[in-house]
Design a protein around this ligand. Structure first.
Ligand SMILES: Nc1ncnc2c1ncn2[C@@H]1O[C@H](COP(=O)(O)OP(=O)(O)OP(=O)(O)O)[C@@H](O)[C@H]1O
Ligand SMILES: [Mg+2]
Length: 486
């Protein structure tokens, strides 16, 4: 902070400005007063001179005694008076102090000279009275140079005094600004020298407003420090708790995955049954044909082709399962339609066993960036819940639709299993929310699904119950809506 920005300078400038204004006004007032007083003094010198002289001159002027008048004028001396002229009553010059001659001519501008009492700055006219008759005039001419020199001297003296006062004001203002601002600087120093971690003690103990302010700052800082330490402890605890929760979450996800794997093994067993029995039938058929002696080259290649097709199917099922088993997260550019169909395919056995009609409405060209395993796990969880909720003996529908809007992909899963009961609907994504028997459900399926979509994919998951028409029938079911950025 530069000196000119500092509070000290501002206080200093303010005081100097205030007193300077005052001083300036006082100066002009004194200046006018000196001028007035000088004029008044000049006037009084003139009037007393005129009054004395007129008395001395009256008889000699009446007798027109030039020599005597001249003598009286010559005896008079005052440095402020440059010349004294004696005029006749008609304004003719009778005698003049600075000239010895008898001039006797009309005084220039006699008519313009103001009446007796008025002063024309350096020319003063005064009547010479005999009783009450005016017999002449006295005109006093002042020394302009001398008068102005005196005036200038007085004014310059005044100027010096004011400059001296101004310097004193500057010094006092500076000292005053120091007195005001120093305690504030002391407080600032006490605060700024301390690190945020330590308790402060401000070295200003006076019982004035600043002392009060210092004590408030001190106590507030120390209170904040305590709160801060408290907060740090709390944050540490929360971080610890968070870590534990994250660990628990990982375990939960793993557990739920194990459950899903278990279900999938069941599915695979289901899916394998049919191709295995096909392979067995083909090989038994071949054995029979060989015994009957009808096993031709063509039938061997036809049978091996069939066996190969079935083996290929078994191998594909294993590939999908293997992919799902992988725990490492990977980022892929996935075609949504393919991943959805593959996921439902894993549960092909259940689909056919429960006779579930899966209805797709997915655009071909939707791609998302993410981990296909995670998405599969979500789809499997949502599908398994519908499977568990379907009403026995009724048509079972499972709709999957997906479209892209702006920079989002919206996927909707809808069943006709009667919807989620209203009392658990608001907390269905919370862990351990279940209506199933302990042996059937953990209540983690939708919690894991929510965590994967929101935390891992940065998307949203919502659920609602819906009443809708399909092929002229009315159904009630749960609708899960996933929205993920793409
Ligand atoms: N499609 C649905 N129709 C009706 N109820 C549902 C549906 N999906 C979920 N629910 C209800 O929500 C509850 C919570 O489902 P969630 O998948 O989280 O746990 P769960 O299926 O009970 O157990 P698991 O952890 O084995 O999946 C279920 O118990 C069920 O009552
Ligand atoms: Mg479930």
């Amino acid at each position: 902070m530069s000196f000119f920005q500092s509070l000290r300078f501002k206080v200093f400038a303010l005081i100097v400005l205030f007193f300077s204004m005052f001083l300036l006004l006082k100066f002009f007032y004194s200046y006018n007063k000196i001028q007035d007083e000088s004029n008044r003094y000049l006037k009084s010198v003139n009037s007393s001179t005129a009054s004395i002289l007129s008395k001395q001159l009256v008889s000699d002027l009446y007798e027109l005694n030039f020599t005597e008048v001249k003598f009286i004028l010559s005896t008079f001396s005052n440095e402020l008076i440059k010349n004294i002229i004696v005029l006749t009553e008609d304004g003719y010059i009778f005698s003049e102090k600075k000239s010895n001659k008898l001039i006797f001519k009309k005084f220039k501008n006699f008519e313009e000279l103001e009446d007796v009492e008025k002063i024309n700055k350096y020319l003063y006219k005064y009547p010479i009275l005999l009783d009450t008759d005016i017999i002449g005039y006295l005109v006093i001419e002042n020394s302009k140079e001398l008068f102005e020199k005196e005036l200038k001297k007085s004014i310059s003296d005044l100027g010096f005094v004011f400059i001296a006062i101004f310097i004193i004001i500057v010094i006092i203002s500076y000292l005053f600004s120091r007195i005001i601002v120093n305690p504030i600087n002391k407080i600032i120093e006490s605060i700024s020298n301390k690190s945020d971690e330590s308790i402060i003690e401000i070295d200003y103990k006076k019982n004035d407003e600043l002392g009060y302010l210092a004590r408030i700052i001190e106590s507030n800082h120390n209170k904040i420090l305590i709160l801060n330490n408290d907060l740090k402890d709390k944050i540490e605890n929360v971080t610890k708790m968070n870590n534990t929760i994250q660990k628990q979450q990982k375990t939960m996800i793993q557990q739920s995955k194990m459950v899903a794997i278990g279900e999938m093994i069941g599915n695979i067993a289901h899916q394998w049954r049919q191709p295995l029995s096909a392979i067995s039938t083909i090989s038994t058929g071949m054995e029979l044909e060989k015994e009957m002696g009808v096993l031709s080259k063509e039938s061997i290649s036809r049978h091996s082709k069939k066996i190969n097709e079935n083996v290929q199917f078994l191998s594909r099922t294993l590939d999908v399962f293997q992919g799902f088993m992988k725990t490492k997260k990977r980022k892929e550019h996935i075609n949504l339609k393919k991943i959805v169909k593959d996921s439902i395919n894993i549960m092909k056995g259940v689909v056919s066993e429960y006779n579930i009609k899966v209805i797709y409405d997915i655009d071909d060209e939707i791609y998302i960036d993410g981990d296909s395993n995670e998405l599969t796990q979500c789809i499997v969880n949502i599908f398994n819940n519908s499977k568990d909720a379907y009403i026995l003996g009724k048509e079972k529908l499972f709709f999957i639709s997906a479209k892209q809007a702006d920079k989002k992909v919206i996927i909707e899963f809808k069943d006709n299993a009667g919807g989620i009961s209203e009392d658990i609907l608001p907390k269905v994504f919370e862990p351990y929310t279940t209506t199933k028997h302990q042996s059937q459900g953990t209540g983690l399926g939708l919690y894991i699904t929510y965590t994967l979509i929101v935390d891992s994919m940065g998307g949203e998951l919502t659920v609602r119950n819906s009443v809708y028409e399909f092929e002229e029938s009315t159904y009630i079911g749960a609708v899960f809506k996933i929205s993920i950025p793409c």
